[in-house]
Unconditional design. Structure first.
Length: 232
């Protein structure tokens, strides 16, 4: 993702439904775990890193781009400049590696998965979220600098072949997938969807994603995939 797109996202992060729903997902998933040391790989502007810190984790962001790292640091979030393929973290030194919407930006995602395994302590957890399904590939992915979108088995194989054990793998943002698919008709022309949304629509979209907590939708195709795994 280039500096302009990062800056645009930073301006939207605190109010846009997508970022709010993703922070809620992190809080809901991690909230009941004993807090320890965590890194947020590809932390961007640090919104999800901040959630971990609010929950008591000793969380540090790892960010490749100078723009993202500067914004995260300006918000008081500890951040390291680093590459997910070569994490600036010691072996077996963290309890949680979180990476939300980052692996799809990296050409060698095998290296990222292996690095996740390397830095986790035995019993440590990985929480990974990625965009789902090449059927949804569009100019939005081009604008954000995505290399791929993931199929369920593709992500499962990537995680398990790194040495991690999958505890759960589920779809997220299922209800809005038909809307996203209809909207993303242009496959090649860069066209980011990260833009301001009318407050009423913003609230409605956030509510739609929130409903998935009580509906049996996790095995249906969604806009994203979420994987929870641990290091044996």
């Amino acid at each position: 993702m280039d500096a302009e797109e990062i800056a645009k996202s930073a301006a939207l992060e605190h109010r846009h439904w997508w970022y709010a729903a993703r922070r809620a997902l992190v809080r809901r998933t991690v909230g009941g775990w004993p807090a320890g040391r965590a890194i947020d790989v590809g932390c961007g502007m640090g919104g999800n890193t901040a959630v971990l810190r609010e929950l008591g984790w000793r969380a540090v962001g790892v960010e490749y781009t100078a723009t993202g790292a500067e914004i995260a640091a300006s918000r008081g979030i500890p951040v390291l400049r680093g590459d997910g393929r070569r994490l600036p973290v010691a072996d077996a030194s963290v309890d949680l590696v979180m990476s939300t919407d980052a692996w799809e930006h990296i050409d060698d995602d095998v290296a990222v998965a292996r690095e996740t395994f390397r830095v986790l302590r035995p019993g440590g957890r990985a929480l990974v979220a990625v965009p789902a399904g090449m059927a949804l590939w569009s100019g939005h992915d081009v604008a954000l600098g995505h290399v791929r979108r993931y199929e369920r088995q593709q992500l499962a194989d990537l995680v398990t072949e790194s040495g991690l054990v999958i505890d759960d793998l589920w779809s997220w943002n299922v209800l809005l997938r038909p809307v996203v698919r209809a909207r993303r008709r242009n496959k090649d022309v860069p066209q980011s969807e990260m833009e301001a949304v009318h407050p009423v629509l913003n609230a409605g979209l956030r509510a739609a994603v929130g409903m998935e907590r009580v509906l049996p939708l996790k095995r249906l195709p969604g806009v994203s995939l979420v994987c929870l795994a641990h290091k044996p």
